[in-house]
Design a protein around this ligand. Sequence first.
Ligand code: SF4
Ligand code: SF4
Length: 377
Amino acid sequence: MNVQQLQADLIEYAKSIGVDKIGFTIAAPFHELKNRLRRQQELGFQSGFEESDVELRTEPLRLLKDAESIVAIAIAYPSRMQDAPQGKKGERRGIFCRASWGVDYHTAVRERLQLLEAWLTERVPGVNMKSMVDTGELVDRAVAERAGIGWSGKNCSIITPEFGSYVYLGELMTNIPFAPDTPMEDECGDCTLCIDVCPTGAIVGPGQLNSQRCIAFLTQTKGFLPEEFRGKIGNRLYGCDTCQTVCPKNKGKLNWIHDEFKPDPELAKPLLQPLLKISNKEFKAKFGHVSGSWRGKKPIQRNAILALAHFKEVTAVPELIELLQRDERPVIRGTAAWALGKIGGVGVEEVLLDAKAREQDTEVLAEIDKGLALLTI
Ligand code: SF4
Ligand code: SF4
């Protein structure tokens, strides 16, 4: 087997199937990352969505015992929406982050990885492979960094010179000794914009994220959003792009390359009020194919309520009252109570007092009290 030729052909093939950047690295352990992940665990900075076994996350040979190389791929996604609808009074809109525009990137990246696997299987007898994206054990960003896809920015994103940080990442471990690429130099320099603008102070230092404070994580939780963050999520329904949109390295990177990631503006920036009443079936039919729906409709509805409170949208008061009085889910009832207090208006106090007299759930009762307190501010 001529590995050099195979590698060159693989690079060409990857381009032909919509891989925008490809890099290679050895299957050696990620020692520095291991220490960093341990520190993150000790500090309680992890989201809890990631694989908890640090060894598995940093030692490729535990995942593929004869691994020799890791192929890292990147697929660019758009940074701007064409014909974005504008919200207005009575028709407020929320926003899904860019990584939730178009088809679920897990599907898109997985499809490319499967094509690469099939291509290698045809050409290399006895090839062993294991591919992963996002939810796999390996840390996509660490692999991409070592494979020269981009440098790891202070905002914790991998930044490519070609597409900025708007890239989906995936990787394929193989037992083929592909030649490794050289990691890129860090080009953040003295810039600290992402750290400065983060609304919750989640970037605690260059390249160090406290996920528990990061809005991208908080929008995905299913319980009550801690009060500290309620005023900070704005109209975000899923995810947060602030530390990417401010990054000067993303300037001018539109990345309108793949039709599959072009957003339907009505889904990426949906009207908020219809979301309050959406049925499970409708939610699945409408949003089921986007990555932002993976936690179901409850977090999105909770965030929609908070977004309406953020806008102080008075036309939403009747719908919020209905949620407070009728919804089966304490998180929705309680968040609606808080939002009603935030928005205020004639009759809201009576509604909250009436709910307080009938409510049984202690957490919801606490939210009703917070709503009542907000009315006096
Ligand atoms: Fe901060 Fe948002 Fe970036 Fe999270 S995604 S670090 S909240 S700016
Ligand atoms: Fe680096 Fe500045 Fe971009 Fe942050 S905003 S990732 S510091 S270049």
